[in-house]
Design a protein around this ligand. Structure first.
Ligand code: GLN
Length: 513
């Protein structure tokens, strides 16, 4: 198998036995990017020289018999929202187009310490708001399985880079499904760890009570490897949880005995594509053939997950994004042009003698904020800021935000009850396979409904994972979602590995012309 087709775990074995080098792997990945990324556009920036230099340095160290980190020379692509010292971190937004953070996110620091080769930054929906990558300020990413379709989002570039064999490992973030859903649409694996499992320090915040960084890869073993590196408590993130990180890679090959899988009755209703349903049901039969029992259960509050998520996430976003005012960092409007405009308006109003309008003219500071934010944010981000500001305003706080928090608690209780009966919940990742570019851009509600099966895991803070389980008749990947109680990532990984021992969906790759 060629270098670019190999999994990270296979490559690591080859690196350790001296059959290949980090430079060879990086060069193969860069070549694949050169060949295909002009069409797919998974990457916003590729650090060719930096990656090759780093790979050479790791090779030299290994050759000299010195210690090499856990990822010892494997290329990793990073979603463009993890702060990386001195390197542009745009979050897919004009607002941060030229932002160079003065520090590394904890996950970046851990990747560096593990000797990953940071090869480039992947495209995403602006501030991770979206499910198709169509909200990026820097252009579309195309699904490698069908270039006319979206790759999913918001970690669309991360999933596409893996599906197109440009990298063996990728890091994304998941606030309402943004790792699991693009992984599903692109035929790769993605995990949203438990809230608190991975440090969010240096992750550009979208909705802080929901955001979680997660690994993407082409096999369960690879997800285990990457999670082992990035997980763990962190004094710099008070919401991270300081409990030991299991050796996921060591336990992964142990099959789960007497596994009890639950199917949520409400997941198989209106809106679910027949082929997706068939693939998911077939996947549960695979588990049955491996000794698992499958039962149905009800999660009565799941139907409110989208509504609840689309109150809480925008509320938190409106607060988190208040910092982009042009005064601290990020985009700032052209103040010379602004002053000229303001002077002209003032003069015109003085001539008409309209003193009321004259008084109402913005003061220069307010005008600077207004222009900066109007120019820096895209339409979807503005929509979320407005929804969030509205829902948090004095007259509506109780009716929307507080109510949403109560429903959030009920959703968590549904899970607690479900996990008394079953070990894992299985179901679809998204209601349909990847849709056409442009199909839903003018219909925010249709976009939001895509998060039907994924958002509840974020609201409840539990762990979830997406694994390839089929192809549609149109040749598009279908994902199976597995969900587990908090801090049971190991269970998810072992279950995913079992499935991959019995099936080969995760090995299917799109044909790239
Ligand atoms: N699609 C969801 C949204 O638009 C999820 C995004 C995410 O997980 N970052 O908010």
């Amino acid at each position: 198998m060629s270098l670019i087709e190999s999994t990270a775990t296979e490559l690591l074995g080859q690196l350790q036995s001296g059959r290949t080098t980090a430079v060879e792997i990086a060069a193969a990945c860069l070549k694949q990017i050169d060949r295909h990324d002009a069409k797919i556009k998974a990457f916003l920036r590729v650090d060719r020289d930096g990656a090759l230099a780093r790979a050479a340095e790791i090779d030299a160290r290994r050759k000299a018999g010195k210690p090499v980190g856990r990822l010892g020379g494997l290329p990793v692509a990073v979603k463009d929202l993890l702060c990386t010292k001195g390197q542009r971190t745009t979050c897919g937004s004009r607002m941060l187009e030229n932002f160079r953070p003065p520090y590394d996110a904890t996950v970046i620091a851990k990747l560096r310490a593990a000797d990953a080769v940071l090869i480039g930054r992947t495209n995403m929906d602006e501030f991770a708001m979206g499910g198709s990558n169509e909200n990026s300020a820097f252009g579309l990413t195309h699904n490698p399985w069908d270039l006319t379709r979206i790759p999913g989002g918001s970690s669309g570039g991360a999933a596409a880079s893996l599906a197109a064999s440009m990298v063996p490992l990728s890091v994304g973030s998941d606030t309402g499904g943004s790792v699991r859903q693009p992984a599903g649409f692109c035929g790769v694996l993605g995990m949203k760890p438990t809230y608190g499992r991975v440090s969010r320090y240096g992750l550009v915040a979208f909705a802080s009570s929901l955001d979680q960084i997660g690994p993407l890869g082409r096999s369960a073993e690879d997800i285990a490897l990457l999670l082992e590196v990035i997980a763990g408590g962190d004094p710099l993130d008070s919401t991270s949880v300081d409990r030991p990180v299991p050796k996921y890679t060591e336990s992964i090959a142990r099959p789960l005995e007497n596994l009890r899988i639950g199917l949520v009755r409400e997941h198989f209703g209106e809106g679910l594509d027949a082929e997706v349903e068939a693939a998911v049901r077939e996947a549960t039969r695979v588990y049955q053939s491996l000794g698992a029992t499958v039962s149905e259960l009800s999660m009565p509050h799941g139907k409110y997950a989208v509504a609840t998520y689309y109150i809480i996430a925008p509320c938190e976003a409106s607060s988190n994004l208040a910092r982009y005012d042009g005064a601290h960092y990020g985009h700032r409007t052209d103040e010379k042009a602004m002053a000229v405009e303001l002077a002209a308006q003032r003069k015109a109003l003085q001539q008409t003698g309209d003193s009321r309008k004259l008084e109402a003219l913005d003061n220069p500071l307010i005008r600077m904020y207004r222009r900066t934010r109007a120019e820096g944010f895209g339409a979807e981000v503005k929509r979320r800021i407005m929804i969030g500001t509205y829902a948090l305003s004095a007259g509506y706080y109780d009716a929307y935000y507080l109510k949403a928090l109560k429903v959030r608690r009920l959703i968590r209780q549904d899970y607690d009850r479900a996990f008394e009966q079953v070990d894992l919940i299985a179901g679809p990742v998204a209601p349909t396979p990847a849709f056409e570019i442009g199909e839903k851009v003018d219909d925010p509600l249709a976009m939001y409904l895509l998060d039907l099966y994924t958002a509840s895991a974020n609201l409840a803070g539990i762990a979830g994972m997406s694994i390839p389980c089929g192809l549609s008749t149109g040749g598009l990947p279908i994902g199976l979602q597995l969900q587990a109680p908090p801090f049971e990532e190991e269970r998810l990984l072992r279950a995913a590995h079992m499935f991959q021992q019995a099936t080969d969906w995760h090995t299917r790759r799109p044909e790239l012309s």
